[in-house]
Design a protein around this ligand. Structure first.
Ligand code: NAP
Length: 245
């Protein structure tokens, strides 16, 4: 094991997989989780759980744990931790890399409408159908006034801020044919999803295209400035460079 220590900010499948590959490469690796998931998938890295306490807390952590480099592999919509990581790494002088999912690009047959926020989605939905499949559970207060039926899929058990909502608890991985059967059996008219990008969450888009269903996609926040990797292999190469004695 090399002497350097890498912090991977996680909460995604990509982060877990990257952390495992760093461990396999002999790099001392800490995988950090927010603690939202009751039973997170196992990792070969050292796992720490819970918020750091903002920029100041993360700066203190980076120093106290002698972190040599940090890879932000959080979800593209987890904007606060990404901004905090950028600021803390800059403050402490720890090199930082963002592992950024490839953006989705529509193909023939896709019926996507991209919106900036859920308020905009709320204005469009009533004209698009009666039954809405929502692929996330946060921020749904913006849809609460709509006279529509919702099916909300969330990764962890919990309520949703909608009166007429059926809740499905499932964290995937999802495959196209099962997604298509699910949408058909639920008589879904329209899908509402975050434009997260990458491969893991893509199946619902392919299923919707198969069924000719429209999708409202919530635009993802811009990733913070600074160096980026578009793949695990690139992130691993960057980490090896920073872990070299
Ligand atoms: P967020 O709004 O960016 O972060 C809120 C706070 O949670 C942060 O300020 C930080 O607390 C703590 N936190 C977030 N990620 C952390 C991590 N990896 N390690 C330690 N603390 C972390 O994030 P969010 O949207 O609530 O997402 C929470 C977690 O779920 C993230 O790790 C993300 O990767 C994962 N996730 C999010 C989504 C999504 O759609 N947002 C989807 C799938 C997975 P302190 O300020 O106290 O440090």
């Amino acid at each position: 094991m090399s002497g350097a220590r890498i912090l991977v900010l996680g909460g995604t499948g990509e982060a877990r997989s990257l952390a495992d590959s760093l461990v396999d490469a002999g790099i001392d690796t800490v995988l950090s989780l927010a603690g939202r998931t009751a039973m997170p998938a196992a990792s070969r890295a050292n796992v720490r759980t819970g918020g750091f306490g903002g920029i100041a807390g993360l700066s203190t952590y980076l120093r106290a744990e002698r972190i040599d480099a940090c890879i932000d592999a959080t979800h593209p919509f987890a904007a606060r931790i990404s901004a905090n990581a950028l600021a803390a790494c800059n403050a402490v002088g720890v090199p930082r890399l963002g592992l950024v999912r490839q953006e989705w690009v529509p193909v023939d047959g896709d019926r996507w409408i991209t919106v900036d926020d859920l308020g905009q989605a709320a204005r469009l939905l009533p004209a698009m159908g009666r039954r809405v499949f929502v692929a996330f559970a946060d921020g749904l207060e913006a849809l609460a006034g709509l006279d529509l039926d919702f099916v909300v899929r969330r990764a962890e058990p919990g309520g949703v801020a909608l009166a007429r909502a059926q809740v499905i608890v499932d964290r995937g991985p999802f495959v196209r044919d099962a997604e298509r059967d699910l949408f058909a059996s639920l008589h879904v008219d329209v899908v509402l999803a975050k434009a997260s990008g990458g491969t893991a969450a893509r199946a619902k888009l392919d299923a919707a295209r198969n069924l000719g269903l429209p999708i409202i996609l919530l635009r993802r926040p811009e990733p913070p400035p600074g160096p980026q990797a578009g793949s695990q292999a690139e992130a691993l190469a960057w980490a090896r460079m920073h872990a070299a004695p």
